[in-house]
Design a protein around this ligand. Structure first.
Ligand code: MTE
Length: 322
């Protein structure tokens, strides 16, 4: 199907809503409580005045940092990371953080199925009990050429794969976001192939870098960043990092992914970061650091070549970098 609407993440940076437009969340909620929102500003929904329900996993954080993963740049400001987002389920612009508070993160059931010894459904808190939680500092590079550095909390995806015990015939792992257009109004945009789906080849999924994030900045994951479970693959463009996962399916077929379905000429399955392969409509040579105008050179595999380059040996004929 043709792409009918222009995607927000394809807007030039200058056309994106300025971050200053977004008020500090606490100040905004407090103002709502005191009835101080001036006429002319958007009215807050009823749930916002009370704030989102407390996340029962809060006591698990902060988790010990894994010092193996170091950064060559400063961490991004938490406020920037949590108020400048891509989450099309809640709108195709960067300011969806408040709309995303509607996402109910409990109860939350995760299905693990497909080519596994024993399919299972797990409650998110049971899953967190079984996984080795740690903190990792990773760079993140969006295909739109902005970048951030984030302290994610979570667990290696390999731990989940090992728990699932895939059959020898499984070659890929597909991951899917929830689907509920009552919660996520963006899912009423029928030309998108909901639910958002992503996938990795199994050797990518079990690579030491592949991570399932459950929190950031020493706290549970906020809804806008993909609560309660979100993939993080720092050597790939950010659209691979599927948010709010409800299903992990092991399969022997490469899955059709969300953006590869919407725009196959521009977005592919592999999506590895490479400054020398431009997007069809812009250069990938540099990236803007979130929260500033500074541009820095982009690195092959986003600087993680030592961890992942071997995964793609002998695949030179494939579209590895989009
Ligand atoms: N996951 C879902 N379900 N829906 C989305 O729209 N956007 C992707 C990815 N995961 C997206 C998603 C894109 S394009 C990026 S760059 C990252 O989430 C952004 O993550 P952030 O908002 O935490 O920075």
């Amino acid at each position: 199907m043709l792409i009918r609407s222009r995607r927000g993440w394809e807007l030039p940076e200058a056309a994106a809503t300025p971050e200053g437009v977004y008020h500090d969340r606490r100040a905004l909620l407090k103002a709502a409580g005191l009835g101080l929102i001036a006429a002319g500003l958007p009215t807050l929904p009823a749930w916002a005045a009370a704030g989102p329900p407390a996340d029962p996993s809060a006591a698990r954080y902060p988790v010990p940092r894994n010092e193996r993963y170091t950064l060559d740049r400063a961490l991004s400001a938490e406020r920037d990371v949590t108020t400048y987002n891509n989450f099309y389920e809640f709108g195709s612009h960067k300011g969806i953080w408040m709309a995303a508070q509607k996402l109910p993160v409990r109860p939350w059931t995760v299905a693990i199925d497909g080519m596994v010894e024993q399919p299972m459904n797990l409650d998110i808190d049971q899953l967190l009990d079984r996984m080795p939680l740690e903190e990792r500092l990773y760079r993140h590079r969006c295909v739109e050429a902005w970048a951030m550095a984030v302290p994610w909390s979570g667990f290696p995806l390999k731990a989940l794969v090992d728990m699932a015990r895939p059959l020898g015939s499984a070659k890929y792992l597909t991951m899917q976001t929830f689907k509920d257009s009552k919660v996520a109004s963006g899912q009423r945009e029928f030309w998108y192939p909901w639910p958002y789906t992503e996938g990795l080849r199994l050797d990518e999924a079990t690579n030491d870098l592949a991570f399932i994030a459950t929190g950031l900045y020493g706290k549970p994951m906020p809804p806008q960043n993909g609560a309660p479970l979100r993939l993080v693959t720092p050597w790939k463009y950010g659209f691979k990092s599927v948010k709010s996962i409800v299903r992990f399916t092991f399969t022997d077929k490469r899955p059709r992914t969300f953006w590869d379905t919407v725009g196959p000429a521009e977005y592919g399955f592999w999506a590895n970061v490479n400054p020398d392969i431009p997007h069809p409509r812009w250069s990938q040579k540099t990236e803007r650091l979130l929260g500033s105008d500074e541009r820095v050179p982009t690195q092959l595999y986003n600087g993680y070549a030592d961890h992942v380059a071997h995964l793609y040996a002998g695949m030179e004929g494939e579209r590895l970098y989009m």
